[in-house]
Design a protein around this ligand. Structure first.
Ligand SMILES: Cc1ncc(COP(=O)(O)O)c(C=O)c1O
Length: 395
């Protein structure tokens, strides 16, 4: 049985071209990029080349790229690097925990934090941002695309509002990079963004690699103290192989995004999956249907089904998807994103995320379209609430 992996928002597979690019740097080309001998200089050149490739993908300067260990570190570096006690931070209820928990830790250190709400489609409104700004607002951190629903936020507009007020703007673009065009150039849509986080393993590079874009002239205190790596913004010997992989993944992403046909095909597969599942499964729907979404993400609810049970049932049938809930100290908490969107806890617990990768095929989607409805039906047949509802409907 070939496994069908529909959990690309959790992590993407490594593309063969990416692995080929990084492999030599794990074997014979193992130099430290800070060494002045030839192996070191070779590693340095490879890091520089990767930096150029990432800068081309994001339409920024190579000197504005800081390599990190992933999205979590990039988010933490952006927030802790800018904020001091007494500052005000504006973020939202739908952020990833890499931002939310960093914000909570900053609150403990005397930073004032405002959490913007979202609407039923999972969108944060520019008006709510404008209203939340205060004289001491130092940073606004709002994500570009949500990891659970794929909802794409109006970041260009919100960054302009923050900048007009004199605040810095950070966006967590972990779920957008490689899926949507990102233009940080002075004439680009994201010209007002000061800081932007990327994670390698959401764009076909290895886990444990990432980038923080830091616009020229933005002063950032480092998280780590050590050497002068990454222009003193991130101390620590560079992960040369990982950085090379990220550079190659950026190059492949740029090619994939160039004419829009890759993203259109991915959206077509996602739409086929979503529409057909909704047609075949009663009492189902899309979470965040009203929002513009990343082309690969479908967050669906199947009422009277426990998402955890469905994830396990599908796993046994060779299909990998994700539930929208987090297991915290044994109790299954409904997702904070779906809850912020106003879903009742039962519906949030009945929600499953399907997130496609560039490698999924039409055949895989067809197989999922047979397996998922069968699994939902079987689980519902075991649910007393569903049996009761079916009996009432029959009367
Ligand atoms: C939106 C978002 N931000 C940040 C992260 C954290 O990235 P990483 O796993 O590279 O630390 C994730 C990972 O799921 C994410 O989806």
């Amino acid at each position: 049985m070939n496994r069908i992996y529909l959990d690309a928002n959790a992590t993407t597979p490594l593309l063969p071209g990416v692995f080929d690019a990084m492999r030599p740097f794990l074997l014979d080309q193992f130099g430290n990029a800070s060494s002045i001998h030839q192996p070191g200089q070779h590693a340095r050149a490879a890091v520089d080349q990767a930096r150029e490739a990432v800068a081309r993908l994001l339409h920024c300067r190579a000197s504005e790229i800081v390599f990190t260990s992933g999205g979590t570190e990039s988010d933490n570096l952006a927030l802790f690097g800018v904020l001091k006690p007494g500052d005000h931070l504006i973020t939202s209820r739908i952020e990833h925990h890499a931002v939310l928990h960093a914000a909570e830790a900053l609150e403990q250190r005397g930073v004032d934090v405002t959490y913007l709400p979202c609407d039923g489609a999972g969108m944060v409104s520019p008006e709510s941002l404008a209203q939340a700004l205060r004289a001491h607002t130092r940073l606004v951190s709002l994500m570009l695309a949500n990891n659970e629903t794929g909802a794409i936020q109006p970041i260009a507009e919100m960054a302009s509002i923050a900048k007009a007020h004199g605040a810095l703007f950070h966006t967590d673009a972990v779920q957008a990079a490689g899926k949507l065009p990102i233009d940080l150039s002075t004439k680009g849509a994201l010209a007002q963004v000061d800081l932007l986080s990327v994670s390698g393993h959401k764009m076909y590079a290895p886990q444990g690699t990432g980038v923080l874009f830091v616009r020229r002239n933005v002063r950032l205190a480092p998280l780590f103290h050590g050497g002068t790596h990454e222009r003193q913004r991130r101390a620590g010997t560079e992960n040369v192989a990982g950085i090379v992989a990220l550079g190659k993944a950026a190059e492949l992403a740029q090619a994939w995004l160039s004419d829009g046909s890759g993203a259109a095909e991915l959206a077509r597969l996602r739409d086929r999956l979503e529409r057909t599942l909704l047609a075949r499964i009663p009492e189902s729907g899309v979470n965040g249907a009203g929002a513009e979404r990343t082309p690969n993400t479908a967050n669906l609810y199947f009422d009277h089904v426990e998402a955890e049970a469905l994830v396990i049932a599908l796993d046994l049938k060779g299909i990998s998807v994700s539930g929208g809930s987090a297991c915290q100290s044994g109790a299954t908490e409904p997702s904070h994103v779906l809850t912020a969107m106003g879903l009742a806890p039962a519906r949030a617990r009945a929600s499953v995320r399907f997130s496609l990768s560039r490698l999924n095929t039409a055949e895989e989607i067809e197989r999922a379209l047979t397996v998922v409805p069968e699994a939902v039906e079987r689980l519902r047949s075991l649910s007393p609430a569903w049996k009761q509802a079916a009996a009432l409907a029959a009367v």
